[in-house]
Design a protein. Structure first.
Length: 233
């Protein structure tokens, strides 16, 4: 039974489990348990009137477990384990008395469940500051307005300036999606055209793109690239 006990001296097992571990019959095991659970006037240890084991829910508690566990220990080991037990008991009592997760570093509910960690922004800018920064990086003020409203709705990042620069690098800003002339987000038809295979197809594309330049000034970049590759004038 000592081999089956946990660190608190509790054994959680049925009688048939004890019989199997002891390699005894169930009848012999029951008889042995009756002896262990009975008071012993001749016992040198008077805990529980000399009983070796007492029934608990789902098993037994060995009264002499701590004594036999420390029997083979040195004095230093005994002091170590006693100190560990004192700390464990004091910590358990403190946890029971104090509110759950009272020192939680993030926002917690009363029941102790952790909520989402909120983003910490050192300095939240005004809409005017975001619009002025958009002009500093060569974008219209409407991009600053759109980014300010976006951050207000979805949360401010740690570095809002870096976020705007990233969106600009990937052409995510509203003015970049709409085109330089403000085409309300409509993609030009020539943007879906495949690259010309010969000089004749290249000339046809150049003529078409030249007609699109007043509406889409960025078409001039594609015209120049086609003329250079196919040596068109």
């Amino acid at each position: 039974m000592l081999a089956m006990a946990d660190r608190n001296g509790n054994i959680h097992a049925p009688v048939i489990g004890l019989a199997y571990q002891a390699r005894k019959t169930v009848e012999d095991t029951l008889a042995a348990l009756m002896v262990l659970e009975s008071p012993d006037e001749n016992s040198t240890r008077k805990d529980e009137e000399g009983r070796r084991a007492i029934p608990i829910a789902g098993g037994w508690h060995l009264v002499t477990h701590e004594y036999y566990r420390e029997e083979g220990m040195s004095e230093e080991a005994r002091m170590y384990w006693r100190q560990k037990k004192r700390i464990y008991r004091a910590t358990s009592k403190t946890k029971e008395d104090s509110p759950r997760m009272s020192n939680c570093p993030v926002s917690c509910t009363v029941s102790g469940s952790v909520q989402k960690r909120k983003r910490i922004v050192k300095e939240k800018p005004t809409q005017l500051q975001v619009e002025e920064y958009a002009e500093e990086i060569g974008q219209p003020r409407m991009d600053g307005t759109a980014m300010f409203l976006h951050f207000e709705e979805h949360g401010w990042p740690k570095s809002w300036r870096l976020k705007i620069q990233k969106w600009k690098a990937f052409n995510y800003l509203p003015s970049q999606k709409q085109g330089k002339n403000g085409s309300n987000g409509q993609r030009p038809t020539w943007s879906k055209m495949t690259w010309p295979k010969d000089w004749q197809e290249a000339r046809r594309q150049v003529r078409f793109l030249e007609s699109q330049v007043p509406k889409y000034p960025e078409a001039t970049e594609r015209i120049t690239a086609i003329q250079v590759q196919f040596n068109l004038k």
